[in-house]
Design a binder for this molecule. Structure first.
Ligand SMILES: CC(C)(COP(=O)(O)OP(=O)(O)OC[C@H]1O[C@@H](n2cnc3c(N)ncnc32)[C@H](O)[C@@H]1OP(=O)(O)O)[C@@H](O)C(=O)NCCC(=O)NCCS
Length: 197
């Protein structure tokens, strides 16, 4: 799935661009995710757990762009990757009413409204697709993320105790949030598909 370029104005007045990640930016994307994972304990991996090569990343970006069940959105500021998010629409018959979100923005760009702009796009994509439940997880203590998610109507519905163990030996719980969207009829979805063809 592809999001065409969309300009947004950040809280500091700069212009940023939201768009699907480009294959030619594979190396920048790899550097961004490794850096992000070093800046916070609230992501799934440590930086050294990223041993993807640029070639593998290129394949991953290409696959993402052609995937019918995933929309990735990268935020570019002054041509540099500031953050990325994804929504994965589940495909099994029993779970296709759900979609899962992930997001990470580099520290230099926190609190500028990028996360909110991305969530606006993700919610719109889910609504367009007819998704009923958007879901995500966050690690205990990630108050900024929780605040953003609550702003967009997500609510904590479950807690997984001791889901993460950090290098210092301490444990963190994981919270699971859901946001319910309007239930859309099959007819309406098929009409929308016709209109976007
Ligand atoms: C969490 C994250 C995605 C938020 O994105 P962002 O671009 O900084 O978000 P925004 O600027 O759009 O909004 C941040 C909101 O949190 C608020 N906020 C900032 N620091 C906060 C804190 N310590 N506690 C509570 N709220 C806080 C801001 O005031 C703002 O709320 P508002 O819009 O009501 O004023 C981003 O900071 C990030 O990627 N962090 C590191 C990786 C991560 O945690 N990813 C999520 C994993 S679940």
């Amino acid at each position: 799935m592809i999001l065409e370029d969309k300009s947004i104005i950040l809280k500091d007045g700069r212009t940023a661009v939201l768009k699907s990640p480009c294959v030619e930016d594979a190396e920048k994307l790899l550097n961004y995710i490794k850096k992000s994972c070093g800046e916070t304990d609230f992501l799934m991996r440590y930086p050294e757990e990223w041993n993807t090569t640029v070639e593998q990343e290129e394949i991953w970006v290409n696959n993402l762009r052609s995937a019918s069940d995933t929309l990735a959105i990268t935020c570019y500021v002054d041509g540099e990757v500031a953050g990325n998010c994804e929504i994965s629409f589940k495909s099994g018959m029993k779970i296709s009413h759900r979609a899962t979100i992930s997001i990470a923005i580099l520290k230099d760009y926190w609190n500028l409204g990028i996360g909110s702009a991305m969530f606006t796009e993700l919610v719109a994509a889910a609504q367009k697709r007819g998704t009923e439940i958007m879901e995500l997880e966050f690690i205990e203590g990630n108050d900024r993320a929780r605040h953003l998610y609550e702003n967009f109507g997500f609510r904590v519905v479950a807690e997984k105790p001791n889901a993460f163990k950090l290098k210092d030996g301490t444990y963190r719980n994981e919270f699971y949030m859901q946001k319910y969207l309007r239930k859309v009829s099959a007819n309406e979805i098929s009409e929308r598909k016709k209109q976007t063809k």
